[in-house]
Design a protein around this ligand. Sequence first.
Ligand code: NAD
Length: 442
Amino acid sequence: MDRYQSFANSGFGRFVVGRLGLPRPHPLRRHVPGQPPLDGPVLLGGGGRLVEPVRAALGSMGAEVAAEVGTDAGRPAALVFDASGIDSVERLRELHEFFHPVIRSLGPSGRVVVLGAPPASTGSTGSRIAQRALEGFTRSVGKELKRGGTAQLVLVAPGAEDAVESTLRFLLSGRSAYVSGQVIRVGPARVGAPEDWERPLAGKVALVTGAARGIGAAIAEVLGRDGAHVVCLDVPAQGEELSKVANRVGGSSLQLDVTAADAPARLVEHLDLRHGGVDVVVHNAGITRDKTLGRMDAARWDAVVAVNLASQVRVNEALLAADALRPDGRVIGVSSIAGIAGNVGQTNYATTKAGVIGMVDALSAEVAGRATVNAVAPGFIETKMTAAVPLVIREAGRRMNSLSQGGLPVDVAEAIAWFAHPASSGVNGNVVRVCGQSLLGA
Ligand code: NAD
């Protein structure tokens, strides 16, 4: 908890914050291994093609499914509504009918998940309009929810009804603590349930760049927790910290500057020789060299492009050319909300982070069926990078989102673990913001 958050949740602080109308950031429920994903029943409604597959997935998660509130089951922990069958403007009223009576009874860190169909996949003009309308509804619910609640829209393509479980497990649990207001697309995929949902990456090899600290170290930890052997990569200058992370997660370390001319070749060789290939590649290494454009020398521009974008493209090309990405592989980029909204002093950085989104668009189509390519776009995450931001800007970054607080590195890591999951083969071409529904780039 940051200092303001502790104050706002103390007895006196609650009074002051209430009187002044200031945000009161609620402590978020996060995933604890071994604990159930939800701490109450799920209220399931709607009547499209997804209700039954979703009911089955909820059962597999061990969630209790209720048909109405007010029963002995207690406050709902989640409200899940299948809106995929809504095919006219008139029928949008079903959203109001389901949510209006129950939304205020949702428990703390409650979850709202609306399920729909990709508008372009629907047959009629009415469906297309109604399905697109779900976005405005869900994003607004995310902004209205209090006490750490989140809301998402999941668009499930025809034929992908059985491919939603890993996404539901992520969205309904504390793993998605800092994700809200997102639209996620799930496509058809052959998805076998993992032997052990707690260690879905057992036997897999994952590469994480920039793993010596911050978000990268958290990604290494979470992928290691999920059973992967993690190859932790960082520059030689971070060698000591890198070894500590690698030891902690039971992985190995690789000292390499991703911008070096021979980096892609060395990386492929290392992964092939030591591990016989790689299953999950996480391009996390990133730098900032901020200056407004008129004051930005070419060195700042070039350094940021080299680390944040060019290295990812070169490494991907080398891995694919050498066939080093194993079947059903995962490529995961780390973008930023700056790549969506733009930011003063960050023309170089935002160019690269938008470029990462372009990479997801292009490569996800190219490798569809044999791998997935997705990205996270973090907002304000509490790391050394953001601790160095001047106080006023830092406070604005923390509070200007629906959850009124910064995220933690683990929040970004959990989203990456969901992309990496073997049951997420249908999750391809997504850019999911881990930003507490930041007002920037909304
Ligand atoms: P950080 O500076 O704490 O860590 C970045 C790591 O990348 C460092 O260990 C660094 O040594 C490594 N690295 C830098 N250049 C490298 C190179 N050439 N080769 C290999 N490794 C290299 O940053 P962080 O806050 O943990 O950010 C991680 C990623 O998340 C970055 O891509 C960043 O742009 C992105 N991001 C962060 C935030 C945030 O709020 N912290 C928000 C949006 C996006």
